[in-house]
Design a protein around this ligand. Structure first.
Ligand code: HEC
Ligand code: HEC
Length: 263
């Protein structure tokens, strides 16, 4: 009797789950773009221009958003959250779904997110704009910047875009720019690797690795600026940027090419 009840309950739960509302425009690039604009108007005041949080919680790279079902998120937007500052959203349902498609896109890896650009054109830009001078993909390229072979799986579209447009806002460990001034007056510029109390390694722009004994160092000047150029917005334009992001979001750890003598 109890078991029968349990089975019945399980069945109705499963049925309920199947009936749960799903976002009809989930993953559509047009919906995500429309949702981004709606987000800026209706949500960014509390959740931040880049969804980084403020009066309301962060909405990108959010474990909560990733785990919450579409219906739950839709209800939170539509009706607000009672007893909190989160207001009801006075927009038609189809626009709320677009906002949610955008919020979801901030929480999926770039590889899982459909993007508007042309990946093949982006691949050409990666060469012609000089990205490969500093970045390896599949074992080929410069070493001043991080290896991008796996970028599509490890980063969201939003964070890739931010890395390209605002390289000074963050640095990746092992790639921070430094100028070493030696006691004898010599100077060395590059990115710092393996910084300890007694020594550090500096990789220069040509890819040569220098071992620096701190006893010989007069001063370490840490760079506030990234070594990555910060004018790509104007150099690439909107279309070029979208193409490049499409290309980068496809980078999902292909087998590395045979090792060459890179240094
Ligand atoms: C007036 C400030 C404000 C505005 C505007 C606002 N939010 Fe919120 N939001 C909050 C606060 C505060 C919370 C935390 C609520 C709580 O305590 O659970 C929240 C929570 C959330 C959550 C988590 C929902 C949950 O079920 O716990 C999501 C998702 C969210 N907001 C998305 C949005 C979106 C999308 C918009 C624009 C349509 C928006 N918010 C507009 C303040 C705001
Ligand atoms: C002169 C060297 C240089 C050039 C050219 C360069 N980058 Fe970078 N890039 C870096 C460095 C160094 C970092 C490490 C983080 C920082 O300092 O911002 C970086 C970081 C990144 C990141 C973040 C990676 C991560 O794992 O955090 C991405 C994405 C990126 N670059 C893409 C590009 C693209 C696309 C181009 C060409 C349009 C480009 N870079 C050109 C040096 C360069």
């Amino acid at each position: 009797m109890f078991r029968a009840l349990g089975v019945l309950l399980a069945c109705s739960l499963a049925a309920q789950r199947r009936d749960e509302l799903r976002n009809p425009v989930d993953g559509s690039p047009e919906a995500i773009e429309a949702g981004r604009k709606l987000y800026v108007n209706s949500c960014s005041g509390c959740h931040g221009a880049n969804a980084e949080g403020g009066r309301g919680p962060r909405l990108h790279s959010s474990r909560f958003v990733r785990n919450a079902g579409d219906e739950r998120l839709f209800d939170s937007l539509k009706s607000g959250i009672k007893g909190s500052d989160m207001p009801a959203t006075p927009l038609p349902d189809d626009q709320i779904w677009r906002i949610l498609a955008f919020v979801r896109s901030l929480n999926a890896s770039a590889y899982e997110t459909p993007v508007a650009g042309d990946a093949a054109a982006g691949g050409q830009l990666f060469e012609s704009a000089g990205c490969r001078n500093c970045h390896q993909i599949a074992g080929k390229g410069g070493v001043l910047g991080p290896d991008l072979t796996n970028l599509g799986l490890t980063r969201s579209v939003a964070s890739i875009r931010e890395s390209i447009l605002k390289p000074n806002e963050r640095w990746t460990e092992g790639h921070r720019g430094v100028t070493v001034i030696f006691r004898d007056g010599g100077k060395l510029e590059g990115v710092a690797r393996n910084n300890t109390n007694y020594a550090l390694q500096v990789l220069d722009a040509r890819g040569a690795l220098h071992h620096v004994d701190k006893a010989q160092v007069e001063e370490l000047a840490w760079s506030r600026k990234s070594l990555m150029p910060e004018d790509y917005q104007t150099r690439l334009g909107r279309q070029g940027l979208n193409d490049l992001i499409a290309f980068l979001s496809r980078q999902a750890g292909r087998a590395p090419a045979p090792k060459e003598e890179a240094r």
